[in-house]
Ligand binder design. Structure first.
Ligand SMILES: NC(=O)C1=CN([C@@H]2O[C@H](COP(=O)(O)OP(=O)(O)OC[C@H]3O[C@@H](n4cnc5c(N)ncnc54)[C@H](OP(=O)(O)O)[C@@H]3O)[C@@H](O)[C@H]2O)C=CC1
Ligand SMILES: O=C(O)CCC(=O)C(=O)O
Ligand SMILES: [Mg+2]
Length: 419
């Protein structure tokens, strides 16, 4: 592959993929594309990069970074938002990491984050929410939080099928819905915006498959399907039904439903069974707070997953800490839960932990468990020391406020000490 405006590191090697075995082959010096992103991305991404590099070196490897561009930096370099160079690099080198990218509200270009997920078919958005020692939290028992959110990443209202009020197109759709589909008098008169919410059996089943496999491989107790199927029967309701169907079809020995749990096991699931259950999304959002220990792996359509991952993150220190990753077959793009937080941009103050811990998921994905553990331990030690960025300092008694770069430097020192 040739690139117009990015330099491919000479010394690195490619991560490759064995499709049949669904396995990556990872050299000790992989080329890893990185997008710094917009807003605070430019603060947190370079310092997170240093931490990840340090953990790789401490375990005898080397990451050969390949800087690629999207959003503001791409507009400057290429005069476009998402150049082919970037998409091609993420496709070719398979495992990569990105900071947040800004999306304008109400008009302008569509989300570049969503575009990347769709172009690379990164159909799972995995966002683990877990407690780190010493993290300040608005809840009484934050240590109870240990959930992994599997969010469908390519469809739902994020498919981008919508029509703007006042256009001929939206009036055509209104006419079709009212006259041909029989929804007369359902839409108020006057300007209207209309969107379409596709949820497919294919998209649902491949996401739920990933969630159940994850639960089995990581010894998790349950997978909860989170939907609003009482209201959106044929989209969110179908998500729930296809989710149960998939569990029955493909995991009959490894999973049980909640009825079976109570009827046959009196509420105590055997060690080797994953309980598949479902909850309506509004109820689930309050149960995150009130029944935290009852939930484990969660699987849900795109919009529910977007809302729920920020809400869950708030219970364990906030968005400055919440990590994530986009995963497809043989492709992976780590990315924090948070956005570009424009008001904090360029001040070297935003918390880089979410980006660092997203990188930790990337290290795990590369099979570098030892490096990932070093990152986890060093971040946890740093937070426990109360020498933290502004977002945590304002919640911690006796805390000391550090710049993002100072905070990351201290994490690097801790990695040296721990290695
Ligand atoms: N994947 C992506 O790239 C995403 C992109 N976005 C985009 O980002 C832009 C801004 O979105 P917005 O809704 O403001 O949400 P953001 O997640 O960017 O920020 C919301 C608030 O969360 C806190 N926060 C977020 N990140 C950090 C951090 N690293 N350290 C400390 N605090 C943090 C800040 O709170 P406080 O000010 O209280 O300290 C901030 O004001 C939008 O264009 C949106 O579309 C949004 C989400 C994901
Ligand atoms: O793409 C965006 O700008 C927002 C996406 C988002 O909030 C998310 O993926 O969590
Ligand atoms: Mg979000």
């Amino acid at each position: 592959m040739s690139y117009e405006k990015v330099d491919v590191p000479e010394d690195g090697e490619k991560v490759t993929y064995d499709k049949e075995a669904d396995e990556l082959q990872v050299p000790d010096n992989p080329i890893v594309p990185i997008i710094y992103g917009d807003g605070i991305g430019k603060d947190v991404a370079p310092v997170a990069q240093k931490v990840l590099e340090k953990a790789a070196e401490a375990t005898g490897r080397n990451i050969e970074w390949m800087r690629v561009f999207a959003g503001e930096s791409a507009r400057e370099k290429y005069d476009e938002n998402l150049p082919d160079d970037t998409v091609d690099a993420l496709r070719e080198f398979r495992v990569s990491i990105k900071g947040p990218l800004t999306t304008p509200v109400g008009a302008g270009f569509r989300s570049l984050n969503v575009a990347l997920r769709k172009k690379l078919d990164l159909y799972t958005n995995m966002r683990p929410t877990y407690y780190l020692d010493g993290v300040p939290s608005p809840v009484k028992n934050p240590e109870e939080m240990d959930m992994v959110n599997f969010r469908e990443n390519t469809e739902d209202v994020y498919a981008g099928i919508e029509w703007e009020a006042g256009t001929d197109e939206v009036e055509q759709v209104r006419e079709f819905v009212e006259d041909e589909m029989g929804y007369d008098s359902t839409i108020h008169d006057g300007p209207v915006g209309i969107g379409v919410k596709p949820i497919t059996e294919f998209g649902t089943k491949r996401l739920v498959r990933k969630a159940i496999n994850y639960a089995i491989e990581n010894d998790r107790d349950s997978v909860t399907l989170v939907h609003k199927g009482n209201i959106m029967k044929f989209t969110e309701g179908a998500f729930r039904d296809w989710g149960y169907e998939l569990a029955e079809e493909e995991f009959p020995e490894q999973t049980i439903d909640e009825d079976t749990l109570w009827e046959e096991y009196d509420g105590e699931a055997p060690e080797d069974k994953v309980v598949v259950k479902d909850r309506i999304a509004d109820n689930m959002l309050q149960q995150l707070l009130t029944r935290t220990p009852n939930y484990d792996v969660l699987a849900m359509p795109n919009l529910n997953g977007d809302y729920l991952s920020d809400a869950a993150g708030a219970q364990i220190g906030g968005l400055g800490i919440a990590p994530g990753a986009n995963i497809g077959d043989g492709r992976f793009l780590a990315e924090p839960v948070h956005g570009s937080a424009p008001k904090h941009a360029g001040k070297d103050k935003a918390n880089p932990s979410a980006m660092i811990l997203s990188g930790k998921i990337m290290l795990e994905h590369l099979g570098w468990e030892d490096a990932a553990q070093l990152v986890h331990d060093a971040v946890e030690q740093q937070i426990s020391s109360k020498r933290v960025t502004y977002d945590l300092e304002r919640q911690v008694e006796g805390g000391e406020k550090l710049a993002a770069s100072e905070y990351a430097d201290e994490i690097c020192e801790r990695i040296d000490e721990l290695a």
